[in-house]
Design a protein around this ligand. Structure first.
Ligand SMILES: [Zn+2]
Length: 337
């Protein structure tokens, strides 16, 4: 199976009433962990790379690792997505590198930090949609800003998405998926206590979904930051302060109201770091990198497989025939004709 467009994955998820995890990668072990989890649970999946990941891996390594993934796991529909593209140029370069989906984050200026105005956001996002849809590639946009800073992306301020503005944004840009700001943040320190309706505006998702029933909604910063993963890190010399992520039941509530893509990165990072610290502490005389990278990969696979089951994508890998990007291009051409 070749890589598929994210639009097809999300359309199928909408029809089936489930969500699809979008998991960030920076290296071979993370790609292997995700693909093994997808096979274990028979899940379609989105693998995403930030700009930082693309520069860390070098695009060509990343692309060929993904080619290996689709060759070795032919039964798994997988989309390769650019996470938080900061400019049309970044998104276009991702498309040229073989990504099947891109996010144009025009909620921030191209420095990835300064909040942008609505007109700028519409302009850059529409430009990316025109380029991407012409070659069958999916586009995610963002309205409102998330909290936290990760991989150098983020203003650090939260501006919740306005539902009426969301309708105008989708109409003006033609995006396939919309990232909404509902109070979540990137990184490990999302909430200082278990979040309730005061800090996590799940009602906004419901409202936006009612106004935009056919737009796929995306939850960013949606790691659940399990205490047991933090405990392992701290038990073996780490220093992670008490923190709360997005509870899985809140994500599941979102999925019942149009959330189709759920971004998870921190949970993978925590699982990997804990496993490496533990392996090194338990056998300080060992210096074969495989002695800690293997348990790290296994720990990430475990948390990803759990999320796939919780998001409902498990069991859906074989539901449909993948459509080529050429078919998707024709689909978009027909939709706009
Ligand atoms: Zn994000």
């Amino acid at each position: 199976m070749a890589m598929v467009s994210m639009r097809q994955l999300l359309d199928e998820a909408a029809a089936g009433g489930y969500g699809v995890g979008a998991f960030n990668v920076n290296n071979m072990e993370q790609i292997q962990a995700i693909m093994e989890a997808a096979r274990e649970t028979s899940s379609p999946v989105i693998i995403q790379a930030s700009r930082g990941a693309r520069s860390y891996t070098n695009d060509r390594f990343l692309y060929h690792l993904m080619e290996a993934a689709v060759e070795l796991y032919p039964e798994i529909p997988v989309a390769l997505h650019q996470d938080h593209g900061n400019s049309p140029a970044t998104c276009i370069s991702a498309i040229e590198q073989g990504f099947t989906s891109v996010m144009m984050d025009g909620s921030l200026l191209d420095d990835g930090k300064t909040p942008a105005d609505f007109a700028y956001n519409i302009q850059v996002t529409r430009e990316v949609v025109e380029h991407a849809h012409a070659v069958g590639v999916t586009v995610e946009g963002e309205l409102g800003t998330l909290g936290g800073i990760e991989d150098g992306v983020g203003s650090g301020e939260i501006h919740l998405t306005d539902p009426d503005q969301a309708v105008e944004f989708v109409e003006q840009t033609g995006i396939d998926a919309l990232a909404v700001a509902i109070g979540t943040s990137h990184g490990a320190y999302k909430f200082s206590r278990k979040p309730d309706g005061k800090v996590l505006a799940m009602n906004l998702i419901q409202e936006i979904h009612e106004k935009l029933p056919t737009t796929h909604l995306v939850m960013h910063g949606s790691s659940s930051v399990p205490k047991e993963l933090i405990d392992i890190i701290n038990e073996y010399g780490g220093e992670i302060r008490p923190t709360w992520g997005v509870p899985v039941e809140e994500i599941q509530l979102g999925i019942r109201h149009g959330v189709r893509k759920i971004n998870v990165d921190t949970d993978s990072r925590l699982a990997i770091t804990g496993a490496i610290r533990k392996a090194m502490a338990e056998d300080p005389g060992e210096f074969d990198p495989r002695s800690y990278l293997k348990p790290a990969r296994a720990a990430m696979q475990q948390v990803i497989a759990q999320r796939m089951t919780q998001f409902g994508q498990a069991g859906h890998a074989g539901d449909y025939e993948p459509r080529s990007l050429t078919e998707m291009r024709d689909f978009y051409a027909g939709a706009t004709a």
